[in-house]
Design a protein around this ligand. Sequence first.
Ligand code: UGA
Length: 456
Amino acid sequence: MKVGIIGAGHVGLPTAVALAHIGHSVSVYDSDAQRIELLSQGGVPFYEPKLAPLLHAGVATEHLSFTTDPAAATAEVEVAFICVGTPPRATGEANLRAVEEAVEVVARLARNDLVIVEKSTVPAGTALRVGEILKRRNSSVNLRVVCNPEFLREGHAVEDSLRPHRILVGSDSKEALQTMRRLYQPVVDDGARWIATDLATAELAKHASNAFLALKISFSNAVARIAERTDADMEAVADILGADPRIGRDHLGAGLGYGGSCFPKDIAAFKCLADRLGYRFGLLDEIERINDEAVQTAFGKLEDVLWNLEGKRVALLGLSFKPGTDDVRFSPALALARKLLAAGAEVTAYDPQAGPNAQKELSSIEVKGDVWDALDGASCAVLCTEWDEFLELDFEKVRDHLDLPILLDGRNALDPSALTELGFTYLSMGRRAMSPRVPATIEQAAEAIGVEQLVI
Ligand code: UGA
């Protein structure tokens, strides 16, 4: 089938390469000429695993092309995906101006019947607006609206596009649903669950999904605060909760909280929608409050262990909002860095991919080219993003690079006993704080430093 994609971002590109991979002919439009030029030459504008090889394959087989001409991207297509950004307004509401513009363009250019797909996350009710534009702008062809929200996770976006656990398609038109089914048939044959529903239900389900995942994270973070006060172990509590299939272990990870371009924005937009509809959804306020508190708690732990922060250097390991991406939007690592800087600390940092983006966003941190430079002489290290590279570090070497052997595990991803054995003061988000054991006898002290006998 011929498919047009409007918007070559974190949603548009993984969708495009996946559709090209299953054999469709996909043309991607973006108004950013530099980005289209880069893509046309085989470059990718952001880090996302597996994106580059699939993009090259799509271009090589001529299933995938890029253009700055909206007419070229929409000519003769059966399906046009709207994948433009919906950034938050100051009020928290999603700004849908780019969606409106994209729909206007497609409606104006359409010369044949086609399905317009809302792929960007939009508040419930948007499809009605889209439908009004289509009717107003073009009555000569049959334009139908579909809501097909994405459930892609950054860092796994290509895999999630190729093998989603569910494909949600909402429309009030039976023909449009049939067109979408034809489009996705290879993915359904591969095991994805097909869910067809109406427009309003699909729109609401997307918001509800993200809010529920954020709720799980905030719930864990709140329980972590109690674990810290009762000497319980949050990771064990999360494992026990997650062992119940009705709850599930995913998104129960306590730590610095959620960031990224989805949860913070979507919760704010969902709150605005509820308010506008006259329902007070106070639970959403609590999700946000607990999430903000997570970073504040980490900051408090650093203040507690380092006392006065002025002039002290803290090394942040990881700057992206999660591993597998160079995206730093609403990154908890940067929120923590801002608090440290405001308290007079110096912040050095290293991230395998997100260094340049973080430096652009926060010029007063010192982003280093490797992990050892970031750690050198720092009073303590904080694991902010659980990249594999950090989990596999030689922690003896980490200890030797630091001025003080103090480590805050902001993602509860490291082994507390192993680090304590190495002499670290291990701090975490809801696990027991552990300090190296002080030898009780002179024999134990001799053993700890590896000599046969100590003479006083
Ligand atoms: C999220 C959803 O998981 C996707 O299903 C959805 O399609 C996407 O938003 C979207 O709306 O576009 P994403 O933001 O890429 O995807 O990543 P997640 O893996 O959900 O992580 C979000 C944040 O929560 C990250 O900062 C991560 O570190 C944090 N997190 C995640 C935790 O703090 N604890 C966890 O247990 C899991």
